[in-house]
Design a protein around this ligand. Structure first.
Ligand code: KIV
Ligand code: ZN
Length: 388
């Protein structure tokens, strides 16, 4: 993929962890379409699904694997031979396939299959070895890693590395960790687990406390070189790390987090809208980067500042994420300068007393309506011309 030590690999799991959100199920064709958009925008690894979960998932992963141009195609498998074989059958068609196998290692998760620590360690050894015999590219995840006892986590990570895992993913499955812990956990694993220098460490964060992006970036500072994320932060409960947020944070704050990705950020808005449409999950208006209001301004002070110099209130240009322009939303907080500029856009050159008059009428209208649209302003100007 890349040997640049400051390059972070973007692993997108919209089609696997994202699709696990209740109600976010996508059709076969929709999955293919999203996979092709992810591939084109420069996502390094696409986790295309969970092949053993259903015939439909198997078919989607297989077809995505066949169609992918440059992304590695990954499938998920639990820690058993049947899951891993099925996963391999689906991803093997890709130019670059990966098997991702996992098991819950925290005390709560160990209780579910009722395995002792030693039995689980043996299971990890056997399943990772099996996966590696099928595929050169194997990712292993200790689910709920951030609530797993340190000694046990270090022990099973070492076993997975020795059995042939090439990427070790450290999931914060329930979004419990905080940024300083996230960085420290990865740093310590890399420093203390034998063989750690031979694999890539990944971070996989959930957003239950709203810290997924911060935790992912902190993990990178701790040494992780793969971020697992989804478009719009789609994912179970409060979702996963949002791809658009980590990508833009690494671009905009490259001065303090000096890492790059291979993502073409100008494609972010289009894929965000498409994922929202096919999953049925509306993006909240104030969502960072891709929300409807992320580049919109209503207050007079902000609009005036934006008209003079966009950098006054924007740290990114809308074009950087694929939007054509900043939107000045006209409402009761808008000032005279924004009204004048908006009217000019609509073909009305208004100044002096006329502007003062129109401004009073505009404010009265804005008090009655939440948002004043272009058509409202045109009607207002037509009325002004008739009466004036
Ligand atoms: O959140 C999680 O632990 C997962 C694993 C399957 C990697 O999604
Ligand atoms: Zn997850």
């Amino acid at each position: 993929m890349t040997s640049d030590k400051n390059r972070v690999v973007i692993f997108d799991t919209t089609l696997r962890d994202g699709e696990q959100s209740p109600g976010a199920t996508m059709t076969h064709d929709e999955k293919l379409e999203i996979a092709s958009m992810l591939d084109e925008m420069g996502v390094d690894i696409i986790e295309a699904g969970f092949p053993i979960a259903s015939e439909g998932d198997f078919a989607a992963v297989s077809e995505i694997a066949r169609a992918a141009q440059s992304a590695t195609i990954c499938g998920l498998a639990r820690a058993n031979l049947k899951d891993i074989d099925r996963c391999w059958e689906a991803v093997k068609h890709a130019k670059s396939p990966r098997i991702h196998t996992f098991i819950g290692t925290s005390p709560l998760h160990r209780a579910i299959p009722n395995l002792t620590m030693d039995e689980m360690a043996d299971r990890i050894h056997d399943t990772v070895t099996h996966a590696r015999n099928l595929c050169d590219n194997v990712q292993w995840s200790p689910m709920d890693a951030t609530r797993t006892e340190w000694e046990y986590l270090a022990r099973v990570v070492e076993i997975a590395i020795k059995a042939g895992a090439t990427t070790i993913n450290i999931p914060d499955t329930v979004g419990y960790t905080a940024p300083n812990e996230s960085a420290e956990l990865i740093r310590r694993l890399i420093a203390e687990v034998p063989g750690a220098e031979d694999v890539i460490f990944a971070t996989h964060c959930h957003n239950d406390l709203g810290m997924a992006t911060a935790n992912s970036l902190a993990a990178v500072e701790g040494g992780a070189r793969q971020i697992e994320c989804t478009i719009n932060g789609l994912g179970e409960r409060a979702g996963n790390t949002a791809l658009e947020e980590v990508v833009m944070a690494l671009k905009v704050r490259h001065d303090i987090i000096p890492f790059t990705t291979g993502i073409d950020a100008t494609k972010l808005m289009a894929i965000s809208r498409r994922v929202s449409a096919v999953s049925g999950f509306v993006v909240q208006p104030n969502k960072a980067i891709v929300g409807k209001n992320a580049f919109a301004h209503e207050s007079g002070i902000h609009q005036d500042g934006m008209l003079k110099n966009a950098e006054t209130f924007e740290i990114m240009r809308p074009e950087d994420v694929g939007l054509t322009e900043t939107s000045l939303v006209m409402g009761k907080h808008s000032g005279r300068a924004a009204l004048r500029s908006k009217l000019a856009e609509l073909g009305y050159d208004v100044d002096g007393n006329q502007l003062a008059d129109v401004f009073v009428r505009f404010k009265a209208l804005a008090d009655r309506k939440k948002e004043v649209f272009d058509d409202d302003l045109i009607a207002l100007m037509q009325d002004e011309e008739r009466s004036g």
